[in-house]
Design a protein around this ligand. Structure first.
Ligand SMILES: *Cc1c(COP(=O)(O)O)cnc(C)c1O
Length: 423
């Protein structure tokens, strides 16, 4: 279905096709499913850094419990779409201005990441004659072994070393303008295994329980972070959400902390699947015995595969039009490397991938591009035009009309020719 939509969009354009396409209906139904399957004491927040696009934030705001942010800029982006929605604010280094901004914008919880920061937050709160609700961010000694990025369990800049948590608790309790409500444990990214993820959550509860008993604090909130992953290598083996929630329910039932609210702050798992990066083939050539196809676009729009040195999955959308009087370059049944338009050999999105047929003018559709795609990329390197940002709503079979929305770089939204889209 998305393929048909992209084909139609391509026909309306003169320039080589290059766009991020977001399916907002898919985003809504995906997040609604997460919301309805989480146990009742769990709350879902969206980690804005995965993709801070305004239309996505607007789509998510009515569904999720709130947003997790890591800068004053992200706080302002969230407040621009919702003046009241709960915000969790973390980050390894916060300026005085950011902490003041967080208080000003009514952030619900600050994740405090060092003992120095505890004192700074208390100081600023006392200047403002207020009390700040905090969770202590813990850098656990243990993490999930098969996650692709680790923020804990290995030496990193995040949080307070598990061994120093007793000191931090004692200090937090003694500071008059801070109220400690619990702990924050975000520790990994891109973990695709539901069992190890549930084990990790169980371990977090274990630590929190121990500290609650030992240091006489009242815990009401445990933030177990995000980190549920996307299997970019084997699309048919994704994080098993149903298995995860089943295990989570068991853990919660066994521990019976009915007064604990459990926060999840997921980024990748929320917006990855609704986003596509669709790019036209500009050229195909054979160099040193290897085929290369060059796309209108590249790692300056979609840095994820180059950053992680992995192939990103794509499908081919055939485009039949050919308006030139000479032969259309084409390869069949061969391996091909997908390179971008940048003048660096690092601009590669997939290496040595088998294709049955590929022609100049066809479109490559990269799936799972909605998280850590545009938002982590170096947009202006080489000063090529930015991709279009398109928003589609492929409704269910019964409703025949989809809407298409377009945003320019400066965030102005306009509806463009609505297409008739069928699910
Ligand atoms: C990045 C980040 C997240 C989201 O991570 P995902 O792997 O995208 O789910 C959540 N919490 C914190 C503190 C983060 O830094």
């Amino acid at each position: 279905m998305i393929e048909n939509t992209v084909q139609s969009l391509k026909m309306e354009r003169e320039q080589p096709f290059c766009a991020y396409v977001y399916d907002l209906s898919k985003l809504r139904s995906h997040v609604n499913k997460i919301m309805t399957t989480l146990p009742s004491t769990c709350q879902l927040f969206y980690a804005v850094k995965a993709n801070s696009d305004e239309t996505l934030l607007k789509t998510l705001a009515p569904i999720v419990r709130g947003f997790e942010v890591a800068s004053l800029g992200e706080i302002e982006k969230v407040r621009a779409v919702d003046k009241k929605i709960p915000i969790l604010f973390g980050g390894p280094g916060k300026t005085k201005e950011e902490i003041e901004g967080a208080i000003h914008h009514g952030v619900s919880f600050l994740h405090v990441e060092s003992i120095y920061e505890l004192q700074m937050v208390n100081h600023i709160a006392s200047e403002k004659e207020t009390t700040v609700s905090i969770l202590l961010r813990v850098n656990l000694r243990r993490s999930v072994p098969n996650a692709q990025l680790k923020m804990a369990g290995v030496p990193t800049q995040f949080g307070i070393d598990e061994a120093e948590i007793p000191i931090a608790i004692a200090l937090a309790k003694s500071l008059p303008n801070i109220k400690i409500h619990g702990f924050h444990f975000h520790a990994m990214s891109n973990n695709v295994d539901s069992k190890t993820h549930a084990d990790f959550v169980n371990h977090c509860f274990d630590r929190a329980e121990t500290w609650e008993g030992k240091f006489d604090i009242d815990i009401s909130y445990i933030n177990v972070g995000g980190g549920m992953g996307i299997n970019y290598k084997e699309l048919e083996h994704q994080f098993n959400w149903d298995d995860f929630t089943k295990r989570l329910k068991k853990i919660l039932d066994k521990r019976n902390h009915s007064n604990w609210q459990v926060f999840f702050e997921c980024g990748r798992y929320i917006t990855s699947s609704c986003g596509y990066y669709a790019v036209e083939i500009l050229d195909i050539k054979k160099n040193h015995g290897h085929y290369f196809c060059i796309i209108r676009g590249g790692s300056h729009h979609f840095r994820l595969p180059a950053a992680w040195k992995q192939n990103h999955p794509f499908t081919i959308i055939p485009i039949e039009n050919w308006s030139y009087p000479f032969k259309r370059p084409e390869v069949n049944e061969t391996l091909i490397t997908v390179a971008g338009e940048l003048c660096t050999p690092n601009d590669v999105l997939a290496k040595e991938v088998f294709v049955s047929r590929l022609r100049v003018g066809d479109i490559l559709l990269f799936s799972y591009a909605g998280a850590y795609g545009w938002s982590i990329s170096h947009h202006d390197f080489l000063s090529h035009p930015h991709p279009e940002q398109l928003y589609i709503q492929i409704e269910s079979i019964n409703s025949s009309e989809g809407k298409l929305e377009e945003t320019s770089d400066d965030g102005i939204h306009s509806f463009v020719d609505p297409l008739i889209l069928k699910g």
